[in-house]
Design a protein around this ligand. Structure first.
Ligand code: NCD
Length: 317
């Protein structure tokens, strides 16, 4: 694996390999000294051209816990806000000696372009590109799911036969796209739930079922419900649903709905949440919610990804 751009680039064995290394990384994080010397002498650049809280901090923590140097580069305050192109930014990073670039961009395909245009030779990690993919989010979600649905350290095991329901603004969600690919690769059954206006054209050929009714999906007794944020910033022109109240009435995970889930079912959300809109605050804070755990899983999974992409290079030099 040279880059991590899309879950579609991974085989089941590679995906399980990343998750199993993440288990080992997680085990090191409960030690008194959490820093490992693995990536000493390497430089990871976080190129964040779109806003982010947890993904950027998580990649920074992951790189630092592996002893890499980290350079944070954001659009605000850099020459990108003066209109500098992705190409010139990439050439600058290459000239400065970046060993890996973690990139988030509002443009679908930006990470692929950076990896394959020939401007930069180093490994590229996609930290979210437009509405396309967010592979490390899917990996951390799967890591969290395995812990709850399979066992504490499920070496080599997938999610065979587990039923995961993904609810909300699927149209704008790179998290949903990456999760559909990864969860089904690992043997899970996926159901998407959204109003028809927020289901992408083409979702009919995805390896999952599409429902328009959240109550119907809950009645099927899923093992996990993953709520998605309604991405108002990508809804230019509006018109995706009649009113916020109407959306909430049909698609919010309320306490009443969560109470009808099987006892073992967990509730997930990638964050940031619109509390009271797509998920009730009480559900987000309830015993079945693993939302904070997802954030912790993110650091271990990103340590694993950086290890897989960079550790062999570091050993060679
Ligand atoms: C997601 C993203 O940025 O795609 N958040 C995240 O990475 N934690 C989902 C979202 O913004 O709604």
């Amino acid at each position: 694996m040279k880059h991590l751009i899309s879950i579609a680039d991974l085989s089941r064995v590679e995906a399980l390999g990343i998750l199993d290394t993440a288990e080992q990384m997680a085990a090191t994080q409960s030690r008194a000294i959490r820093k490992l010397p693995t990536l000493v002498g390497t430089t990871v650049v976080n190129l964040f051209l779109e806003d982010s809280t947890r993904t950027r901090i998580s990649f920074e923590a992951a790189a630092k816990r592996l002893s890499a140097d980290v350079i944070n580069f954001s659009a605000k305050g850099s020459s990108v806000s003066k209109g500098e192109s992705l190409k010139d930014t990439a050439l600058t990073l290459q000239a400065m000696g970046a060993d890996a670039v973690v990139v988030r961009s509002g443009a679908s395909g930006a990470a692929h372009l950076l990896a394959h245009a020939g401007w930069i030779d180093q490994p590229i990690v996609n930290a979210g590109d437009g509405t396309h993919e967010h592979p490390t989010q899917a990996l951390l979600d799967t890591f969290t799911l395995r812990h709850h649905l399979v066992g504490a350290t499920p070496d080599g095991e997938g999610l065979d036969g587990r039923h995961i329901v993904i609810v909300g603004d699927v149209l704008h969600s790179r998290v949903a796209r990456s999760n559909v690919l990864l969860l089904t690769l690992l043997g899970a059954r996926v159901t998407l739930v959204a109003p028809p206006s927020l289901v992408p054209v083409g979702a009919g050929v995805w390896p999952c079922e599409v429902l328009y009714d959240l109550d119907e999906a809950i009645d099927r007794g899923p093992d996990a419900v993953m709520m998605l944020r309604v991405q108002r910033e990508r809804m230019i022109g509006g018109g995706f649903f009649p009113t916020p109240a109407e959306y909430s009435r049909r698609f919010c995970l309320t306490t009443h709905r969560a109470d009808r889930l099987p006892a073992h079912a967990i509730v997930m959300h990638p964050g940031p949440m619109n509390r009271g809109f797509e998920i009730a605050g009480d559900v987000a804070d309830s015993a079945r919610s693993v939302i904070v755990e997802q954030v912790a899983s993110g650091v271990s999974v990103r340590m694993s990804v950086l290890y897989h992409l960079l550790a062999s290079n570091a050993r060679e030099s």
